[in-house]
Ligand binder design. Structure first.
Ligand code: SAM
Ligand code: SF4
Length: 329
């Protein structure tokens, strides 16, 4: 397994396959001034397969497709098939807003996708329109049901807690775990890109300590689960008698950089070394200049070796050049 210069085992590649989206969440994607990659900028399905194969050869084991909204990619099924069939792939998951899953879930499962994380910030239709801006609760809920029916499980729901938008909804969302064996994960806002989304993230930030307290006040004590995986960015809890799990992902108040196991690939073919930092290493040019899989693997190992020790949000340092929709979370 590849080790970075701080001894962390890096075996998880998050692959952004598109930077377009059918929603415009207030903390991720501005309404105007968007600069999308052209189709020629994006890595093709064959190029993505080559990066995944090279990654497996140097010891990577897990992949996640993300975006933007990965389900908007017309060749998504081909991408899943190509990566899913590579020997050595232990996990192939996808993060999505779920809207297109009713049409895709079964076919994705057949193509080799194991599971999905679905982004849902509130169960209140009006507040959903404020925070995710396009799309409806009905559509996302239909996506969740389609994912369950297609066995894209264990199902995880991602909730980004944003003061004044959905912070009063965390109790209802946590309550879903009483009846469903889902993982509902509350994520602290991160400022990326230096623009209006970063300003929302900074001004509307809610600490997961407050979110946890709010949930416990209404629903009872959360018990920390004993079997936490060190590389899991989420601290996992359970409500009394609940079927599902409540996760707290707290990159701002409790950074987990010491256990980071991930590398990111942007849709336009750059290894992005840390979510909250601008350092990148171009792999697309290497691929298009005829590099062998071995050379691609070496580029990835160089990226792993150059990973920074951690983020410096506390000093106001973050990724300036890209917004979250260009990195995939
Ligand atoms: N469109 C898909 C979605 O929304 O799940 C995949 C891409 S999106 C960038 C991946 C995840 O990033 C989302 O599920 C959301 O939880 C998270 N996210 C987006 N912007 C964020 C921000 N500013 N801070 C923290 N998490 C964020
Ligand atoms: Fe789109 Fe996901 Fe960003 Fe929301 S968080 S705007 S769904 S990419």
């Amino acid at each position: 397994m590849p080790l970075d210069s701080f001894g962390r085992e890096i075996d998880y590649l998050r692959i952004s396959i598109i930077d377009h989206c059918n929603l415009r969440c207030v903390y991720c994607m501005p309404l105007s001034g968007l600069k999308f990659s052209t189709s020629g900028d994006l890595l093709s399905a064959t190029e993505l397969e080559r990066v995944a194969r090279a990654a497996l050869a140097v010891g990577f084991r897990k992949f996640r497709l993300t975006g933007g909204e990965p389900t908007l990619r017309p060749d998504l099924l081909e991408i899943v098939e190509r990566i899913g069939r590579l020997p050595g792939t232990h996990d192939l998951a996808m993060t999505t807003n779920g809207i297109l899953l009713p049409h895709l879930a079964k076919r994705l499962k057949t193509a080799g996708l194991r599971r999905v994380n679905i982004h849902l910030d509130t169960l209140h239709p009006g507040r959903l329109q404020r925070v995710m801006r396009f799309g409806t609760l009905e559509e996302i809920w239909a996506g969740i049901q389609a994912a369950e029916a297609a066995n894209l499980t264990p199902l995880k729901l991602n909730v980004v807690v944003t003061r004044g938008y959905n912070d009063e909804d965390v109790v209802d969302l946590a309550q879903l775990t009483l009846e469903h064996d889902w993982s509902v994960r509350f994520i602290e806002l991160m400022p990326l890109g230096g623009g209006e989304c970063a300003r929302v993230a900074l001004s509307q930030y809610v600490s997961n300590r407050d979110t946890k307290e709010r949930i416990e006040q209404s629903l009872g004590p959360l018990s920390l689960l004993p079997d936490q995986h060190p590389a899991d960015e989420s601290l996992n809890y359970r409500l009394p008698k609940a079927r599902g799990i409540i996760g707290m992902i707290s990159p701002v108040s409790q950074p987990y950089c010491g256990n980071c196991n991930r590398m990111r690939l942007t849709a336009d073919g750059k290894f992005h070394l840390c979510l909250l930092n601008d350092d990148e290493l171009d792999v697309r040019t290497a691929i298009r200049n005829g590099s062998s899989d071995e050379m691609i693997g070496k580029t990835l190992l160089r990226a792993v070796g150059a990973k920074p020790t951690g983020h410096h949000l506390e000093r106001g340092v973050s990724t300036e050049d890209r917004n979250m929709y260009q990195l995939g979370g």
